[in-house]
Design a protein around this ligand. Structure first.
Ligand code: ATP
Length: 269
């Protein structure tokens, strides 16, 4: 299949309401992405230079992808995404063409967000199976494409990574990914909201959201969601006709799903 056919252009369906917390991230994204696309002239009038690209960084499973999608949904922007690792694995020998196609399709469907997930995979020294020359060529193609992006033409790049230390410095130069937005582990309030959203789908009885939110300190958003799934499975394990998930099930889920973000990773941010 041609590289083109792998690209999916769509407006996602994730809403801000589907996401717990994240108000600060939302505001920063709106300023950096939505305003330049929708109010480019106003920014120019006040002497603000619109960023071409934004880098979302932070621990895995903490809503980087969700917020990028919600921004696209709520501002009615097309969304084209690609994973750093896929650029090499899917299109052996065709990576540069794939990148050219990606940016070309984005311009065609503008206003659009190009979401580059795992952008650290494009860093030069990952020591992966891909040879250094391939890495260099792909990286330099990406830089060329980025330099051709103009937010006033309706295309903005949103990149994401867990490993900001592995990103090639050339990607961070002014005029490229020049706005950094940290997406942290969820705090108590955010975990409470994630649980609240989950409980709209999971019938519970005598379950204390506050207690689970308290006991999931250090968990990623994805891990909080996993606790809910594990609790529901525990309820079914006990009784296939179960109609509710109870606190005892959450307690066993909390014992099996633990916080896995290493401190060494958090120290990087
Ligand atoms: P990765 O770095 O692993 O790609 P990510 O930061 O992009 O992770 P997402 O893919 O956005 O994380 O989130 C993973 C899953 O975790 C989501 O599909 C959702 O179920 C859950 N999740 C994480 N954070 C939140 C949140 N704040 N609100 C609701 N759900 C969340």
């Amino acid at each position: 299949p041609s590289a083109m056919r792998e690209l999916q252009v769509h407006v996602p369906t994730v809403k801000w309401n589907d996401i717990g917390g994240g108000q600060e991230v939302r505001l920063k994204l709106e300023q950096a992405v939505e305003w330049p696309l929708k109010h480019g002239e106003s920014l120019k009038r006040l002497g603000i230079k619109a960023p071409k690209g934004v880098l979302l960084y932070g621990p895995p499973g903490c809503s980087k992808t969700l917020v990028a999608k919600a921004l696209a949904t709520e501002t009615n922007l097309n969304f084209i995404s690609i994973k750093g690792s896929d650029i090499f694995s899917k299109w052996v020998g065709e990576s540069e063409k794939a990148l050219r196609d990606l940016f070309r399709s984005a311009r065609k469907v503008a206003p659009a967000i190009i979401f580059l997930d795992e952008i650290d995979a494009l860093g030069a020294n990952r020591g992966s199976s891909t040879s250094n020359t391939v890495h260099e060529r792909v990286l330099s193609q990406l830089l060329t494409e980025m330099d051709g992006v103009n937010p006033l033409d309706g295309v903005v790049i949103v990149a994401a990574t867990n490993r900001p230390d592995c990103i090639d410095k050339a990607l961070m130069r002014p005029g490229r990914l020049d706005r950094l937005i940290y997406v942290p582990l969820p705090d108590y309030e955010t975990r409470w909201q994630i649980l609240k959203i989950q409980f709209e789908k999971i019938p519970t009885k005598d379950v204390s959201i506050e207690e689970i939110a308290k006991k999931t300190d250090g968990y990623s958003g994805a891990e909080v969601v996993a606790v809910c799934t594990e609790a529901a499975l525990a309820a079914l394990q006990e009784e296939m006709n179960a109609e509710y998930v109870q606190m005892s099930h959450f307690e066993s889920a909390l014992a099996s799903v633990t916080a896995r973000t290493p401190q060494s990773l958090l120290n990087l941010y």
